[in-house]
Design a protein around this ligand. Structure first.
Ligand code: AMP
Ligand code: MG
Length: 418
């Protein structure tokens, strides 16, 4: 399991910026070193454990990029069209029997290997056939046109995939193009997930009049799975120090990360802090982020714990900024910083300097077709509808004090966050 020394979160201070917090986590979390082999069909979303050097060039052989007629460069007409007799026919998957004769052209199809001696291909749309059955070539084609040289995409031996790459379909396509059937990947990060709160009931269980169904746990588990984690669903812990402590201690050894939601504020009924302190060590951050309240970081028997706030939107936003980079660091993944895309604001907003805010926004096309964003009309950090109905978050940096219509703002789509 991930081992962290107890002093590695020995930092504090009144309010920590998001960048500081992320920097501290990613610098201090030790990557899991256990590898396993994943068949290509199972490799999507996994983290590549070793560099992959191209075992063959891509494309593996020089071939035609179009359906057409192959010629030697010396036979490309200079200034007037020229008719050449046909010599040979090569289709995709076929091989030319002999070199192309000077002054001749060969019928060739997309993906077929170039016959020896041929260097350029005329597209079939650009030629005509004369009465004698000869191919009439127009003048002025660039030598080498419509040919894909061996290795033009990737030369043999080139490091084509880097260790730490989170695999997406295009990376899997590349591995398949190399003829590989599997990839070495980091084993899945094991995460234990708890909700905390006496007011919570699990879906499918009875709910009293003063309870609400636990939604965060299902949101967090879905987000973790999207990050490639193996998730243990450990249900709801009651707002009581001893049972919290027992529950957390039990899972520490078997997981790489413990994730909780709720109970990390500083009210008397927020018991996660005391529970963690009784069995491990804990730092509570007041992160300068809205929505978000304190986030707890702790260590229990060498296993890191992150305690997210209970309000669903705060939980979502702090997951993205604290849990996501932690999981990526545990998996030894290359950092994937979130890069907001500039769009035009179509709303007014005031904010405090010194903290980062995420505003839930709708995305639409303006009258001039440019992308613009409008704000969800309400602000509450408990409004699940605000996450469901909007397209993403506008990031307003620490120095920003407001937004005016027409201003450019940075937009992060929900799809880009996980
Ligand atoms: P807390 O952080 O425990 O003070 O909770 C803040 C608010 O979030 C309260 O209104 C809780 O009812 C709500 N909340 C806490 N945990 C969850 C959860 N797992 N699902 C939905 N809402 C929650
Ligand atoms: Mg609570």
């Amino acid at each position: 399991m991930a081992q962290l020394s107890d002093d590695c979160f020995a930092f504090g201070g009144p309010m920590m910026s998001v960048d500081e917090a992320v920097g501290l986590i990613t610098a201090r979390v030790n990557a899991i070193a256990d590898l396993e082999t994943a068949a290509l069909v199972e490799a999507d979303g996994r983290v590549l454990a070793r560099d992959v050097a191209a075992p063959l060039p891509l494309p593996p052989f020089t071939n035609s990029a179009v359906d057409g007629y192959a010629v030697r460069n010396a036979d490309i007409p200079d200034s007037a069209e020229q008719a050449l007799p046909l010599d040979g026919r090569i289709q995709a998957g076929g091989l030319a029997q002999a070199a192309i004769k000077p002054g001749h052209t060969a019928r060739i199809f997309t993906g077929a290997p170039m016959p020896p001696g041929a260097e350029t291909v005329f597209m079939q749309e650009d030629v005509r056939i004369d009465d004698a059955g000869r191919i009439v070539l127009p003048p002025g084609l660039k030598p080498g046109a419509n040919v894909r040289p061996a290795g033009e995409d990737i030369p043999q031996g080139h490091i084509a995939l880097r260790a730490g790459q989170r695999l997406r379909p295009q990376h899997i396509a590349l591995a398949a193009a190399f003829g590989l059937t599997s990839l070495d990947v980091v084993r899945r990060i094991r995460v234990a997930v708890f909700s905390t709160g006496d007011e919570l009931a699990s879906p499918g269980e009875p709910r009293t009049a003063s309870q609400l169904f636990d939604s965060n746990r299902f949101m967090l588990m879905a987000m973790l799975r999207r990050l490639g984690c193996e998730v243990s669903d450990l249900g709801i812990l009651r707002d009581e120090r001893t049972s919290l402590a027992t529950g957390l201690k039990q899972v520490a050894g078997g997981h790489d990360l413990i994730l909780t939601t709720g109970g990390v504020s500083t009210g008397e009924e927020d018991h996660v802090k005391a529970a963690v302190e009784s069995i491990g060590s804990l730092v509570l951050w007041r992160m300068a982020i809205k929505p978000g309240r304190p986030v707890a970081m702790g260590i229990i028997d060498g296993t890191p714990l992150i305690g997210l706030p209970g309000n669903p939107v705060a939980s979502f936003v702090t997951f993205v900024h604290v849990v996501r980079p932690t999981v990526l660091a545990l998996a030894g993944a290359l950092p994937e910083p979130l890069l907001p895309i500039p769009v035009r604001a179509a709303f007014t907003y005031r904010k405090k300097e010194g903290r980062r805010e995420y505003v839930r926004v709708f995305l639409r096309k303006g009258q001039d077709d440019a992308l613009e964003v409008t704000k969800f009309p309400r602000e509450g950090a408990g409004l699940l509808s605000s996450l469901v109905e909007t397209a993403g978050l506008v990031e307003l940096g620490e120095t920003v004090t407001g937004v005016e219509p027409g201003q450019s703002v940075g937009f992060l789509s929900y799809a880009s966050l996980i």
